[in-house]
Design a protein around this ligand. Structure first.
Ligand SMILES: [Fe+2]
Length: 309
């Protein structure tokens, strides 16, 4: 079974759409749709809007996922006594709207008209000690917002781990990449899951579930892939110059190996820039390891106090 091919968007409720749009543009997304009560932001790769917000008290509302075929969408709708509807919000395509066991809205999408890509510079060709490939040319990079190319993953703080794992595994077809446990191997506290695309390589995690005793279900963070390492670093410098609130980074994760940098939006939601992540398929070996203090990063500055709050 292949159901979900990739993540499409995250959906939030925020009190001030202007402040949110300003931050997201500094973060490296492109303005797409703005009404009195809603906001849609696009990536440089185009496709679905990657970030949707509506006005109201701050809250994480849900996630949209791309489903491979219309037949898959119909099969899932039938399983939940739901129906495939025309996607009025995006103006085209099809949608099935479900709720996961934690109550987050899950939009399953197929066939919407896609936002056009906007051209960006080529990713930098790096000269390394063992491979000198950039011959006779220079690097000249400007400090500016990162180029957010795509939404990569969401990390969910769950209050119903077993039910949530079953939903994302059995219904959406995600497969486990790696996991952590605490105290005993049966007590999984973090599961990193990729889209189950068989032999096709995909991000190490599209959804991760955290089972760490959260009082309330919600997002830990969402994460956007930027163009390359310099793009991430220049974005860090730009956001610092704009007095945006930094959370943690720059470092390199363990699970997924991404270079990461975490920021806080105007209401305190954690959002991640990343680049250079691992790609896996359904044949990759799966690890299940004890959670230790150094499980989050191979190298990074000291963990900031807000990061695990
Ligand atoms: Fe992440």
């Amino acid at each position: 079974m292949i159901a979900v091919r990739d993540i499409a968007y995250v959906r939030y409720q925020v009190p001030d759409l202007d402040a949110q749009a300003d931050f997201l543009q500094d973060f490296g997304l492109r303005a797409h749709v703005r009404t009195a009560t809603t906001l849609q932001m696009a990536t440089y790769n185009g496709g679905y809007p990657a970030y949707i917000a509506q006005v109201g008290p701050a809250k994480a509302l849900g996630v949209g996922y791309q489903v491979t075929t219309l037949e898959e969408l119909q099969r899932i709708a039938a399983r939940f006594n739901s129906e495939v509807r025309a996607n009025d919000e995006l103006g085209s395509g099809w949608i099935v709207r479900l709720r996961d066991p934690d109550g987050l809205q899950v939009d399953l999408l197929h066939g919407a008209a896609l936002i056009e890509a906007e051209p960006v510079r080529a990713a930098l060709q790096l000269n390394t000690a063992d491979a000198r490939k950039r011959l006779g040319s220079t690097h000249r990079i400007t400090v500016q917002p990162s180029h957010v190319m795509r939404l990569g993953h969401v990390v969910l703080k769950t209050v119903n781990y077993s039910e949530m794992f079953a939903f994302y595994h059995d219904v959406l077809g995600l497969r486990i990449s790696d996991s952590y446990y605490a105290d005993s191997e049966e007590n999984t506290v973090a599961a990193f899951m990729h889209c189950g695309l068989g032999s096709e390589y995909t991000d190490h995690h599209t959804v991760a579930l955290l089972n760490l005793g959260a009082k309330e279900a919600g997002f830990d963070h969402c994460a956007f892939e930027v163009l390359d390492w310099d793009d991430l670093s220049c974005g860090n410098q730009f956001l610092t110059q704009q007095n945006r609130r930094h959370s943690w980074g720059i470092g390199r994760h363990v699970q997924g190996s991404q270079i990461f940098d975490y920021w806080l939006d105007p209401v305190g939601n954690k959002v991640e820039h990343w680049t250079d992540g691992d790609l896996v398929n359904d044949s990759n070996a799966v690890s299940h390891e004890p959670l230790t203090p150094d499980a989050l990063a191979q190298w990074a500055p000291p963990l900031s106090p807000d990061f695990l709050a």
